[in-house]
Design a protein around this ligand. Structure first.
Ligand SMILES: Nc1ncnc2c1ncn2[C@@H]1O[C@H](COP(=O)(O)OP(=O)(O)O)[C@@H](O)[C@H]1O
Ligand SMILES: [Mg+2]
Length: 244
């Protein structure tokens, strides 16, 4: 059965006078595929940044598999099984595709060079990037860059993957391919939190959707419940930044 894998309690984050997260409580079960939505500036990226160790919190607690998250660096949390992607892809353009994979895989010393290379080539094959393994990452298209980031996340065999707007600027065919991979990871037991403005993707992929507005959770329910929730409709209609 599902157990509580990620437990966020009373999480507060401020930037100067702005409260980006206002005492957020949220638990995520092992094996869930959870959508995280909300208008621009509602705190989605901030939440993922704290869970993955990139930002400090101003209050509250987070446990991942019953171990505290706050106070740990991103590389330590990655080693504990928290993987993430960024809204803007962070690939090393001067390195080859394979080298980009190895940078991720060797950082904790858990895998030998040959094990890491085998694993990297397998993941590149899955994502149809194998023939580009020895090309510089700068030669990849935007979509291929997204796929490289997907492949790279899996190098450390994460237990949970945090995806921040993975479909931004991605054409429909590639999006379907990414959907298939997200489902495949989830089917193999990886928990996923997916941030997206693409409601089609969210409602298609997720069993549960959490909606943030100005740093508060205003809805936590099924896609159906979310779609019909007056507070969610209100938050989006009141959004002047044009999030759809
Ligand atoms: N590093 C930062 N410094 C100052 N303000 C920030 C920073 N990161 C985010 N914010 C602010 O926090 C709020 C939430 O931002 P963010 O989490 O990026 O929202 P979302 O991802 O939902 O669009 C916004 O008002 C944003 O301007
Ligand atoms: Mg964001």
């Amino acid at each position: 059965m599902m157990h509580e894998q990620l437990d966020i309690s009373g999480l507060v984050k401020r930037f100067g006078g702005l409260t980006a997260l206002n005492s957020v409580d949220m638990t995520v079960g092992s094996g869930e595929l959870l959508g995280l939505i909300g208008p621009n500036g509602s705190g989605k990226t901030t939440l993922l940044n704290i869970v993955s160790g990139y930002y400090k919190a101003d209050g509250g607690s987070i446990n991942f598999e019953r171990r505290p998250v706050l106070g740990h660096a991103p590389h330590q949390l990655a080693r504990q099984g928290i993987g993430r992607s960024f809204q803007v892809t962070k690939i090393f353009r001067r390195l080859t595709v394979l080298q980009n994979m190895l940078v991720a895989g060797l950082s904790d010393g858990a895998q030998s060079q040959s094990e890491a290379t085998d694993r990297a080539m397998g993941l590149l094959r899955d994502l149809k990037l194998e023939r580009l393994a020895h090309e510089r990452a700068s030669s990849l298209s935007g979509g291929q860059g997204k796929l490289l980031e997907f492949a790279r996340i899996m190098m450390l065999s994460p237990k949970i993957v945090l995806l921040d707007e993975p479909f931004g600027g991605v054409h429909p065919e590639l999006k379907r391919f990414m959907h298939d991979h997200i489902r495949k990871w989830n089917d193999s037991g990886v928990t996923i939190i997916l941030i997206s403005h693409d409601m089609g993707s969210i409602f298609d992929l997720c069993q549960r959707v959490v909606t943030l507005s100005y740093g508060d959770i205003i809805c936590d329910g099924t896609p159906e419940e979310t779609r019909n929730d007056p507070a969610v409709l209100d938050a989006y209609l009141g959004d002047h930044h044009g999030a759809a």
